[in-house]
Design a binder for this molecule. Structure first.
Ligand code: RBF
Ligand code: MG
Length: 299
């Protein structure tokens, strides 16, 4: 893991890798380039609050997607450290000494102005800067990004997602919120009623928008296909396990076993119980028409 020439490190949890995180990563990348260092994004596998609170914080995205997004934002390397009792009980100065300097050979470090770290969250940006100065490590403290009169933060985005306010979430993320996973087999009912779907199980530990129907895009193989999705338990057919079902507007997509992202662009309506398949079919036809209008309008 150790890099003989040293690395620049951008440290944070980076849930969702939103526009504020992108600003931090690109500032750090610039500083790294000036020093001829690779930029490493340093984050954790699980959220530090999980241990403190004794329950998981619902995240904007899972760890593997967080790593992918950090790379897309400009990190040359991503390190996700486990966050267990030992890490939680590590004093802030030991974290700098052992992890940043000892393990990673950090020569430059960038953090957000509200960065807290170490036992009891006693470490902050000012203490980090002081300590680094004594060790010949340069330190960059990046102000939080403000947008529409408020700071961009993961917790604000989570609240938008949970409320189904997808356009507000997208504004702060710099892209629509997505759910990713491997397409599984359905029961073929969708095909029978003229709306075949690619189905994803709902990931655990991720914050979800309300059950209902959304204008969406299915990303597969680097292409984003216009679609319409239902999140829920399809109560018309006796409430199964919660799933995300996506119907691609341009035709059937056989994607069983493929890894996809489904971007949720706009909430259309709540999930309903219909008396029969005909009622559901006509509602889905209306959803498809609404999605087509959405894509026409934004073209
Ligand atoms: N199932 C329901 O029980 N109620 C709904 O309101 C509902 N809306 C849907 C809207 C769309 C656009 C799609 C693609 C599916 C919807 N479903 C709904 C799920 C549907 O029952 C399911 O796709 C088929 O049963 C095939 O699994
Ligand atoms: Mg299906």
């Amino acid at each position: 893991m150790i890099n003989p020439n040293g690395v620049a490190v951008a440290a944070g949890f980076f849930d969702g890798v939103h526009l504020g995180h992108a600003k931090l990563i690109s500032s750090a990348k610039q500083a790294a380039r000036e020093r001829g260092l690779p930029l490493c994004a340093l984050s954790f596998l699980s959220h530090p609050d999980d241990l403190k609170n004794g329950r998981p914080t619902p995240l904007i995205c899972e760890a593997d997607e967080r790593a992918r997004l950090l790379t897309e934002a400009g990190a040359d390397d991503v390190i996700l450290l486990p966050f267990g009792r030992r890490m939680m009980d590590t004093p802030w100065d030991n974290f700098i000494e052992q992890t940043l300097i000892g393990q990673l050979n950090t020569r430059h470090v960038a953090v957000g102005a509200d960065f807290r770290f170490g036992k009891g969250a006693a470490g902050n940006a000012a203490l980090l800067a002081d300590f680094c100065a004594q060790r010949g490590v340069t330190c960059q403290i990046v102000d939080k990004l403000e947008l529409d009169g408020a700071e961009v933060s993961s917790s604000r985005i989570r609240a938008h997602v949970i409320a189904g306010n997808m356009s507000a979430a997208a504004r702060l993320l710099g892209r629509p919120h997505f759910i990713s996973g491997e397409v599984g087999h359905g029961r073929g009912i969708g095909r029978k009623i003229g709306a075949p779907t690619a189905n994803l199980p709902l990931p655990e530990g991720v914050c979800l928008p309300p059950y209902g129907v959304y204008v969406s895009e299915l990303e597969y193989n680097g292409r984003r296909l216009p679609a319409v999705s239902n999140i829920g338990q399809k109560p018309t057919f006796g409430a199964g396990p919660p799933a995300l079902e996506t119907h691609v507007l341009s035709g059937p997509a056989e994607l069983y076993g493929e890894q996809v992202r489904v971007y949720l662009l706009e909430y259309l309506r709540p999930e309903k119980v219909f008396d029969n398949e005909m009622g559901l079919k006509s509602a889905i036809d209306t959803d498809i028409a609404a999605a087509r209008r959405y894509f026409k309008a934004v073209d």
